[in-house]
Ligand binder design. Sequence first.
Ligand SMILES: NC(=O)NCCC(=O)O
Ligand SMILES: [Zn+2]
Ligand SMILES: [Zn+2]
Length: 463
Amino acid sequence: MTTIIRGGTVVNADRAFRADVLTDGDKIVAIGEKLDAPANATVIDASGQYVMPGGIDTHTHMQLPFMGTVTADDFFTGTAAGLAGGTTTIMDFVIPNPQQSLLEAYHTWRGWAAKSAGDYTFHVAVTWWSDKVHEEMGTLVRDHGVNSFKHFMAYKNAIMADDETLVRSFTRALELGAIPTVHAENGELVFQLQQDLLKKGITGPSAHPLSRPPEVEAEAANRAIAIANVLGTPVYIVHVSCAESLDAIARARAKGQRVYGEALAGHLVIDDSVYQSADLEFARGHVMSPPFRSKHHQAALWQGLRGGNLHTTATDHCTFCAEQKAAGQDDFTKIPNGCGGVEDRMSVVWDAGVNSGMLTPSEFVRVTSANAAQIFNMYPRKGVVAVGADADLVVWDPEGTRTISAKTQFAKGGFNVFEGRTVKGIPSHTLHAGNVVFARGELRAVAGAGRHVDRPAFTKTHA
Ligand SMILES: NC(=O)NCCC(=O)O
Ligand SMILES: [Zn+2]
Ligand SMILES: [Zn+2]
């Protein structure tokens, strides 16, 4: 398929310029003013619009078996919803059970992901340690295009990585040229606080944020950063939700440490008042970890994004319907943790970030795709509008509006944490691998059209 996008303003992380963009097959083949195009080319009129790299969501959980259930979105519905919102690549997580082979889990997830409509790639979680894990990390990096390993510092008695696992896995990642990532919350403290709250008879969703205060996150962020510093590894901290964790990242970076931070669209715009709702189904729908925080944390996260101490935006898309969330109606610790957003991240970050003047369009591209592609070694295949890059593009209408609602979304789960929010700045068209997969509200996602994105190891100079 050949497509010409005419008359738009191309926005990359480094600059914006007026140009047509020609795609052929799955690649961008020409960029320039008044380009010639074959007579059979599909023409998209982008006048008054921006042409940007398709979004990369660095953190999703499609079809995840978690807390006794499985997320509502699978790899088809979740990636299709992403395409509707301008996100063309997701970074999902292979999460082996403790004692399970990493390779076995990796192949299971690859099987599930075969029906993806958008591109996908995997971080692999290290949930336990043994010589076999050491060996399998090597196989994943050398033979399977994995260059990032995830460590959950929370979820005690389930997938929590203890300090020995962190130290050994970070060390191994350094040997292999892979980057360690962490969910930073002190799982021992969370467990203790949960038990204390339950003993006091505080069992509803309002207890969730009380069991995971900012200090619990900051302790783990500081610990992971300290471990990375001693071992000389880079480290990427997922879903940074509070000023205290951001301060830890800023301190380390000021000393020259290679620390990266991810902000979630939800944490940027939703505050912790949601947990006080008398509508317990609504409150449970917002239970995720780390929880939504008070407004001063949101302001800090925006400053972190603009100032360069936070690098990526993601969603942690992990959808559960009301019936699944009701598993925790008598005990908040049993509410499956997770919320959605893959369909909404680009518009939410544009609306709250660019329309407010907090971010420029180029900074928007930096935090929605370019930095992710660079940190995780997909650049310049992804994250830039350039000749030779994948034809994953979003034609962005800065005047278009949409009121987000679970009733009209493509994602499953029947709930949306951004419900009722009217965003200005929406995709008019999304191209994935050169195909127009979303056009003015019409989704043309094809199951199985998504490709796995191999991410090679970093050279030794990265660490
Ligand atoms: N974030 C969340 O609550 N659920 C998904 C798993 C995780 O990322 O911690
Ligand atoms: Zn997490
Ligand atoms: Zn997650």
